[in-house]
Design a binder for this molecule. Structure first.
Ligand code: UDP
Length: 194
């Protein structure tokens, strides 16, 4: 169930439904997923950069993360159910991972921010297995990072590389992974690090 606005298919669901009916079954089946929580900057970037737009269009789920898209949907008489924000969804996913003892990899942000964010995850979500972590200042084509993540067998990979790098990194490399939920999280690791 999606609503297309500016060539992007936005999921028309609540965050709870998205997690329960879509993400959880895919995680259980170890089916790969690419999630974009499209905030206004992401939507603008898709309008300016065709390569980035393609990347976002290749995602399995694009959520509306901003009132602008919700208003546009209402105007088109195709109202979307709910805003699903990146930080909120990440916290729900961490909660889910904690409950199901899944493993998470944290890619991106500055080294000290990444380290602090992961320490915070360990504190708040002690049952999560930390599959690994790496700061976000590397070449997007660097295969050593990709191999390390693949070897880690992470269930969830949070990618905080800023725009447009995070979605480009995911769409460029996702075929190399055998499993994993991949999600661009923007400044969320900075948020977690506090
Ligand atoms: N970031 C990164 N590598 C980069 C650019 C950004 O790891 O090459 C990280 C940055 O440290 C921050 C996050 O990506 O944790 C979001 O950065 P910014 O706020 O600049 O993001 P944008 O608004 O461009 O998404």
């Amino acid at each position: 169930d999606t609503i297309t606005i500016m060539d992007i298919d936005f999921v028309n669901t609540t965050q709870k439904e998205l997690l329960q009916n879509h993400i959880a079954p895919r995680l259980e089946a170890e089916k790969k997923s690419f999630i974009v929580t499209a905030n206004p900057e992401i939507v603008m970037q898709t309008r300016e950069d065709p390569r980035y737009k393609k990347s976002v269009q290749s995602a399995d789920y694009v959520t509306p993360d901003g009132v602008g898209v919700l208003m546009a949907a209402k105007y088109l008489k195709l109202p979307l159910k709910e805003r699903i924000a990146g930080y909120d969804l990440m916290l729900d996913l961490l909660q889910y991972a904690n409950e199901h003892k899944l493993s998470c990899y944290f890619l991106g942000a500055k080294e000290e921010v990444n380290e602090k964010a992961v320490a915070e995850v360990k504190k708040q979500f002690p049952a999560i297995h930390i599959a690994g972590r790496h700061h976000g200042y590397f070449d997007i084509d660097d295969e050593t990072i990709t191999s390390e993540i693949e070897r880690s067998k992470a269930d969830l990979v949070f990618v905080a590389l800023g725009l447009p790098r995070q979605e480009l990194w995911i769409s460029r490399h996702i075929d190399k992974f055998s499993k994993g939920l991949f999600m661009g999280v923007g400044g969320s690791l900075d948020g977690l690090a506090g």
